[in-house]
Structures are given as structure tokens and as C-alpha cells.
Design a protein around this ligand. Structure first.
Ligand SMILES: Cc1ncc(COP(=O)(O)O)c(C=O)c1O
Length: 398
């Protein structure tokens, strides 16, 4: 008994993604597994953090977020996502979007209720559901029209399968948009379908929009990020989750936020207060500065990642991977069946120890199906030199 652990915790393992970073360090491999930039955060944002510390913003902020930061969140959400937010009643500042999601789940979902998640999915939602004692209903994302040259394919889902996932136990749908790991950016028609079902079944939506600025215009298709909360009837039933991590390349700052109607926000604030008390006060102050950056900052972020995406796609295609070209976020899901390995874990081990490149095995993004058994995920949020080093090592696969 002394060393027994809780039933809930016994149901999940440590993060596979973060374990891959440890393996990369162990084998001195180029780390294209975990999604954190290996280049510096923007100088002016770092300066704002130093200024905040020097100005003695070093004590607890208001538990649900410093006023200046909440005001900046409301202003940016208005101009960028296109809806009004009351900074005093509708915002909770959290320790990353990670805390925003678990606090939201604990605050709004009862044990035994169901939450819909598109699979493959970002692995945190699994433990989030276990800790909440909720059941996940998975809806498959399928790589349709997967072109061998890595061009022009995109992930879709079956509307009937989505409808079948909704029932009277459904409390919420989690929507990651742009999506990790597939890079899918949901179209307006798909979002409308999701919205219609949420309204019909009186279900909440928890949107993870941390890649809101990282998507790639396409000449053949209308790719753009649309926030689910902006669709008719959705604002009052959506918790929009976001973070500084990816947009400002500060994943280690652990500053995120949730935006929701006042009644939902009150509940999330309570959980947040007792989970963490609050996010780092000086970094919230720097966050207010970051959120005030002009459109040109986001344009240049998009251009930077577009170049990195196209570079890595070229490298991977040449090395023999079939690539699912991403429309957004900064990952490439690949099909490894051409290499003849038993599964994604065996391939990943080989790639880390023999080739010297760390990736994430596809199966860590799947629970319901074994769709990930011949897939691995690469990230390209890395310096050009890092991607070049990976390219050289991947030659060994040929
Ligand atoms: C979809 C998704 N949500 C959340 C996170 C974690 O974000 P944060 O640093 O804001 O906790 C990640 C990180 O990779 C992610 O890909």
C-alpha cells in the first residue's frame, strides 16, 4: 500500500513526446520530436520580460490574470479572432494552454460524461479525460487523397461518424485547430457541421487554438484559421484556449489563457486558483506587450514556418517518407510503410539510435485505432542548421 499509486494515474504513462526529447539527448540525436523552437524568442519580447522583473512585477498577480494582460487578450481576440471579450469576466490566465484545458475539463465536465476528440490527437487530452473521469469518444481523421509526392493532400472526417459520436452523455468536443499532429486546418464547412451538432445536442466546445497564426495559404484551397466561437450560436458554448507558447516562441514561459462566457469562466477560475494560483506575473506583463505586436509579426512568423515546412517536406520525400503535407501547425505526419519496419516504435528507435534523428511514434496520437503503427511525426520548429543536420543524417535511410 505504501507505494501504491492512484487508480487514475495508473491509467496513463508519461508523455511519449517528452520522453522522445530525453531519448534525443541520450543519443545525441537531432531533435525533431517535441514542438519547441530551438531558436531564440524575439528580442523585444524577452526585453519586456526583463523590464517587468526590473519594474518589480514579481509578486502574485490576480489569480485569474493580471489586468493589463487580460485587457491585451481581449483587444487581440477582437482584432484577430473577431469576437468581443469582457476582460474582467471572461478570461482566465493559466500556466500554458495545458493548464487551461485540464482546468476547463475539471470545471465543466462531470465524471461519466463524454468528450469527443478527433483522432489522431494531441496526447494530453487522454490524461485530461482520465483525471476528469470522463470518457473520450474518438472520431477518425483520415488522410484522404494522400499523394505520394507529398502534395495536395488533406485530412478529412466522416460526418456520419461525427454525428454518431454525439449522444445524451456528450458534454463537450475538443477541437484542436490548426491540428496537431496532422497539420489539418478545419474548413468553414467542417466547423459549421461541428457547430450545428454542438447546438443540436447542447454540447460545449473546448478549442485548442495555440497554432492560430501558424497556417499556410494554398492556391488551390481556401486555407485559413477560423475560430469556432465566431460561428453563430457558438460563442456562448465555447471555451477558446490559447497560449503564448507557439506564437511567440516561448514554450518555457508557461503562460496561456481560456476565454469563455462568465458562468463557465467563474468555474474555470476556481479550479485554476487551487491548481496553480496563477501564471508567472512578469511573464504576463511581457505577454501584454507580445499581444500588442502588429500584423507584420504574424506575417513573418507564417513565412518563416512556410519555408521550414517546405524544406523538411523536400528532405522527407527524398528520404523515402510519404508525407501528409500540413496546412497548419509545425508538424509533418509521415507514412513509414516503405521502410519495412514492424511498427512505428521500432522505426523510431532505429531513427534515434542509428540515424541520429528523434521523432514521435505515430501510435502515441491514437487510442482507438492502430492508425499510427506506420506513422511518425516530425516537427520543423527548428533552426535552419538543425533541419539541415537532420537532412544529412536522414540520407542514411536511403
Ligand atoms: C495542440 C497542443 N496543445 C497544447 C500544447 C501545449 O501548449 P502550452 O505550452 O500552451 O501548454 C501543445 C504543445 O505542443 C499542442 O501541440
Amino acid at each position: 500500500m505504501l507505494h501504491s499509486i492512484s487508480h487514475k494515474v495508473a491509467q496513463f504513462t508519461e508523455s511519449v513526446i517528452r520522453e522522445m526529447t530525453r531519448q534525443a539527448l541520450l543519443h545525441n540525436a537531432v531533435n525533431l520530436s517535441q514542438g519547441f523552437p530551438d531558436f531564440p524568442a524575439p528580442a523585444e519580447i524577452k526585453q519586456a520580460a526583463c523590464d517587468a522583473i526590473n519594474a518589480d512585477i514579481n509578486q502574485y498577480a490576480v489569480t485569474w490574470g493580471a489586468k493589463r494582460f487580460r485587457d491585451a487578450i481581449a483587444a487581440k481576440t477582437k482584432w484577430h479572432l473577431g469576437f468581443d471579450v469582457d476582460p474582467d469576466r471572461e478570461v482566465v490566465v493559466t500556466c500554458g494552454s495545458t493548464e487551461a484545458m485540464i482546468a476547463t475539463m475539471l470545471a465543466l465536465v462531470n465524471p461519466g460524461e463524454e468528450v469527443i476528440v478527433f483522432e489522431p490527437y494531441y496526447e494530453n487530452y487522454g490524461p485530461d479525460a482520465i483525471l476528469t473521469e470522463a470518457t473520450i469518444r474518438y472520431v477518425s481523421l483520415l488522410a484522404e487523397g494522400h499523394a505520394e509526392d507529398g502534395n495536395g493532400n488533406f485530412w478529412t472526417f466522416d460526418p456520419d461518424e461525427l454525428r454518431a459520436a454525439f449522444n445524451d452523455k456528450t458534454r463537450a468536443i475538443i477541437l484542436t485547430n490548426p491540428h496537431n499532429p496532422t497539420g489539418k486546418v478545419f474548413t468553414r464547412a467542417e466547423l459549421q457541421l461541428i457547430a450545428d451538432l454542438c447546438i443540436e445536442f447542447d454540447v460545449l466546445a473546448f478549442t485548442d487554438e495555440i497554432y492560430e497564426h501558424i497556417w499556410y495559404p494554398d492556391t488551390a484551397r481556401d486555407v485559413r484559421h477560423i475560430s469556432l466561437a465566431t460561428l453563430d450560436g457558438m460563442r456562448e458554448r465555447t471555451v477558446s484556449i490559447n497560449s503564448l507558447s507557439k506564437t511567440y516562441s516561448v514554450t518555457g514561459w508557461r503562460v496561456g489563457y481560456a476565454i469563455a462566457p462568465p458562468v463557465l469562466t467563474d468555474a474555470i477560475r476556481k479550479v485554476h486558483d487551487f491548481l496553480t494560483v496563477g501564471a508567472a506575473a512578469p511573464l504576463q506583463d511581457a505577454g501584454a506587450f507580445a499581444l500588442s505586436l502588429p500584423q507584420s509579426y504574424y506575417d513573418s512568423l507564417q513565412q518563416t514556418y512556410l519555408k521550414k515546412r517546405d524544406f523538411l517536406l523536400g528532405v522527407l520525400n527524398e528520404a523515402g517518407f510519404k508525407c501528409y503535407k500540413p496546412d497548419g501547425a509545425y508538424y509533418i505526419m509521415t507514412d513509414i510503410s516503405g521502410f519495412g519496419f514492424a511498427d512505428d516504435v521500432a522505426f523510431t528507435k532505429h531513427l534515434i539510435s542509428e540515424v541520429g534523428v528523434a521523432v514521435v511514434p505515430g501510435s502515441s496520437f491514437y487510442r482507438q485505432s492502430d492508425g499510427g503503427k506506420q506513422q511518425v511525426r516530425f516537427t520543423y520548429c527548428k533552426r535552419a542548421e538543425t533541419l539541415q543536420a537532420a537532412a544529412e543524417k536522414l540520407q542514411k535511410l536511403k
